[in-house]
Design a protein around this ligand. Sequence first.
Ligand code: WAQ
Ligand code: MG
Length: 273
Amino acid sequence: MSHVSGGEGIYGRESLHEECCRLLRRALGHERGVPDSVNISIEKLSAEPLAISSLPVVTCRVNDPVEAELAVVRILKHIGICDEAIIKTTAMVKRGTEVAGALLIDAFSGTMIAAGKRAGKGDHITESTDVALHEALPGDFNVRVSRFGITPGGRARLLSALADVGLTHFRVMEALQVASKVAGCPFVEAEVCVSDDTHYTTGYVASRKLGYVRIPHVKAEGSHSGGRVFFLNPAVELSHLMEYMKKTPVIIDEIGRIKGVKPLDEILCTADS
Ligand code: WAQ
Ligand code: MG
């Protein structure tokens, strides 16, 4: 049985009914078919969520998958990600990662990093291990970001700012929340995301340096590619990273600037100024 889709948020008690219905509707109407099982769980937060801003958003002007790949590579290089890490990432995403979470890769060496879970003993870190590209990825090579959300006021402002530049798809809203939480982790230099849904062909590269850069045509229509990768810096403490990604509740209230479509060169040079 494979994981098909997930969604989550942080809500006040008064909107729980509505939000559960929305998630259920989405699970039952998914393009990948009627699911064998749907799990909905509700958890009371034990700590006040950390308030963060959403990353600034811009869409890169690209016309086809070839230009899109070039843009991803140039953006990652600009952020300082090494060639080895970039090559592995594009290969893995093209093949499709087939995991529910994001893969971890050392930004400056390209080594894959395993962060696993041992039953009954809570989270623990397996050793950093390199995986050859042709090997199947073990399940513990990924982390699923959880406990993120947006305040009702933030949501209203974000929806309106996104609509002003023609962005109305629910995925933008959701992916931006994940990316903003991820970018809030000092161990992450950048994130690449390509939807595994065959009809959603826009991906993004996110970083503190350049914000959330949307890349249209990152895969061809109908393609089964997809996945997420976090590029980690050598200072990483994996237990802190896992705790933050999976457990720390983070909520967006302030909204970063939302720009429309810009050429790649402009995106790269405005970031320097
Ligand atoms: N934490 C970590 N990884 C995740 C999470 C999560 N919460 N959710 C999904 N993933 C991984 C998983 O491996 C999926 O295969 C992959 O990311 C893609 O997930 O601006 O729809 O939910 O137009 O298919 C981005 C562009 C859309 C939005 C992303 O991703 C835009 C999308 P999907
Ligand atoms: Mg998906």
